[in-house]
Write a protein that binds this ligand. Structure first.
Ligand SMILES: Nc1ncnc2c1ncn2[C@@H]1O[C@H](COP(=O)(O)OP(=O)(O)O)[C@@H](O)[C@H]1O
Ligand SMILES: [Mg+2]
Length: 316
């Protein structure tokens, strides 16, 4: 019997269509004994193993019912892309520190106390927090600055502020969100690396100033080409940070200032894989690498080990 026959890969998706459809077709065309399908659940039991060898999670950041399901699936041995525990724990403040400690350049980054708290929190609950010295912060980071949520994506609640009054207005609006403040990297080139399977990296120019559908496609018209040295540097950095985070699909953004690539956003654990954004060549590359990855994972029951695996093995 062929090993891996009848392996099932489940997809959890939102509104996207092009990527999941292409992944299903790609894996079918490889005749590897692995089927990709849209996962289905209604009221799953904690005491039963989900019927998938691999689950690819594209949407649990928005549909939170999938979060406990994916963790449970991992408990029963399903290989989950991306790691369902780290996906929830990850944040941009920690990430900046991690990237820096791994030797990447990152913008100066500060964590701010929330502007507002829920009704159960009063001044006594906040005894550990001291007043923020905004003037000192302005001296440290300089204007402009980026104010953004420590956990988020899709540019939600991200502001670029150019003076103290804009900073105060944006901070006031952040309400109960936990925010970070970052030095603005005044860049001459901006890059995005697609990273799949903690192994394959595809670097591309990407211009955040352009409309969504043109950011990859027209970036070569708006900024200088990547040199060989820069390409090697960002590929190495993107791989290192993605391996450190343990993500099997990710995009890592760099802003290049004075020839130095600064890591900006690498918490993209459900990266935009839509053909309209990526264009045909990047899209085909992503689908191919993801196809290979899910087949590898379907056939590798020991991938992604957790501490309880050892304890459960001991128990049987
Ligand atoms: N420190 C920074 N310096 C320069 N540009 C930044 C900085 N932080 C964010 N940006 C710009 O803002 C965009 C959105 O910020 P990002 O951290 O990626 O938030 P999100 O995760 O919501 O996409 C980035 O793609 C980049 O163009
Ligand atoms: Mg981003």
């Amino acid at each position: 019997m062929v090993r891996g026959k009848g392996m099932r890969v489940g997809l959890l998706v939102g509104r996207e269509k092009s990527f999941p459809e292409a992944l299903i077709a790609d894996v079918a065309s490889r005749h590897a004994g692995v089927t990709v399908e849209y996962a289905e659940l209604s009221a799953p039991s904690a005491l039963e193993a989900p019927p998938y060898d691999v689950l690819v999670d594209r949407i649990s950041h928005e549909v939170t019912v999938y979060q406990p399901y994916l963790k449970l699936a991992a408990l029963y041995g399903t290989r989950v892309v991306n790691n369902p525990f780290w996906r929830i724990a990850d944040d941009k403040f920690f990430n900046a520190g991690l990237a820096s400690r791994l030797g990447l350049a990152v913008p100066k980054t500060l964590l701010l106390p929330q502007k507002a708290y829920g009704p159960d929190v009063n001044s006594e609950s906040l005894r550990n927090l001291r007043y923020v010295d905004w003037e000192e912060i302005a001296r440290k980071l300089g204007f402009p600055m980026y104010l953004k949520p420590h956990w988020g994506g899709g540019w939600k609640s991200v502001s670029r502020v150019t003076d103290m009054s804009e900073l105060m207005a944006a901070y006031d609006k952040s309400d109960q969100l936990t925010m970070i403040l970052q030095e603005d990297i005044h860049w001459t080139q901006y890059l995005r690396c697609l990273v799949i399977g903690q192994r394959d990296v595809r670097p591309a120019l990407w211009d955040p100033r352009l409309p969504h559908a043109e950011r990859y496609k027209r970036a070569h018209e708006t900024m200088p080409r990547m040199s060989v040295e820069l390409t090697a540097l960002v590929m190495e950095g993107a791989l290192k940070i993605t391996q450190a985070l343990g993500y099997d699909m990710n995009t890592v953004e760099f802003a290049v200032r004075d020839g130095v690539p600064y890591a900006i956003d690498f918490m993209n654990s459900a990266p935009d894989f839509d053909i309209a954004s990526l264009g045909q060549a990047h899209f085909d590359w992503v689908v191919g690498r993801m196809g290979e990855l899910v087949i590898d994972l379907a056939k590798t029951p020991t991938a992604h080990r957790y501490r309880w695996d050892d304890l459960l093995r001991g128990a049987h």
